[in-house]
Design a protein around this ligand. Structure first.
Ligand SMILES: C[S@@+](CC[C@H](N)C(=O)[O-])C[C@H]1O[C@@H](n2cnc3c(N)ncnc32)[C@H](O)[C@@H]1O
Length: 261
């Protein structure tokens, strides 16, 4: 199929205003025919200084509106501009491909329709978390889940690794609206985690700032205090390993016989 005239690139400005945006991301924004944005309002104001046609997608969210419907409408807005022959840029905060359905789905659709479409990486919330909390994900390994998906499906937890739960503010939300859930859903989550970790196991809620003048927030508390924790829609839950790594003697023995060590 011949590549058609419209194009789509999804970019991420990172988390902190004015601090994380790559040159490539900035160039795509300034050279676009139209820019669609789903970011913090302050970041959207900043992006508006880079291109005369920046359209916020945030207005598509509605109090009791299904988030899936909002994502469909966001994708439709991007795709209509691509079909109109525009160089379209979608700006999604952090990294556009991390816990973000619309950029992945839109790029897939654009390619299926014969348009050029790709993604540029950005600095995500977990990238900030590793830096601010001093966590090396390679030290013990880590598992990363969307909290509600983690609750709705049977997942296998490895308590010797870090466990990172995203979208804690929507924990256990069956309505799929933008509403924030509360202590009752967090109690269900706590009980799930108590099957793997001690009640006094220390866990943390991490929130990266959006402004360079703000400090990162890391609130530590015991697992048994999770239902009362102060949670917002930008909260990420960090659960450090609860168990020590168990050596795999049989495999090490096999490897020794290969290397002769
Ligand atoms: C829809 S995802 C978007 C993630 C984003 N694309 C990224 O690259 O980080 C939203 C979730 O990301 C995490 N998140 C977003 N903003 C954050 C922040 N400022 N600090 C910590 N975590 C954040 C939270 O878990 C939040 O519920």
């Amino acid at each position: 199929m011949a590549v058609k005239q419209g194009s789509l690139v999804c970019v991420g400005p990172g988390m902190v205003l004015g601090a994380h945006m790559s040159e490539r991301c900035r160039n795509h924004i300034s050279q676009a025919d139209v820019v669609f944005s789903s970011c913090h309002p302050v970041i959207e104001q900043w992006i508006s200084t880079m291109n005369p046609d920046v359209r916020s997608l945030q207005g598509l969210y509605g109090k009791d509106k299904d988030r899936g419907q909002t994502y469909t409408e966001m994708q439709a807005a991007l795709m209509q501009a691509v079909r109109d022959g525009c160089r379209v840029v979608g700006v999604f905060y952090g990294h556009p491909g991390v816990f973000a359905q619309v950029p992945h789905a839109s790029i897939k659709q654009a390619r299926e329709e014969g348009f050029e479409a790709w993604m540029e990486p950005g600095i995500s919330a977990d990238a900030c978390l590793y830096a601010d909390m001093g966590i090396d994900p390679g030290a013990y390994g880590y598992q990363s889940f969307e909290t509600s998906q983690f609750m709705f499906y049977e997942r296998v937890i490895d308590p010797t690794a870090y466990l990172i739960l995203w979208q804690l503010g929507h924990a256990g939300d069956l309505s799929m609206t933008p509403r924030q859930t509360g202590p009752k859903e967090l109690t269900v989550l706590m009980n799930m985690l108590l099957e793997h970790y001690a009640p006094n196991h220390k866990i943390a809620i991490y929130e990266s700032p959006f402004l360079p003048t703000q400090q990162p927030k890391t609130a530590w508390f015991s697992l048994q205090e999770l239902p009362q924790a102060e949670v917002s829609l930008i909260s990420t839950l960090v659960i450090p390993p609860g168990n020590k790594l168990t050596p795999n003697h049989a495999i090490v023995k096999q490897l020794k016989s290969i290397s002769g060590a």
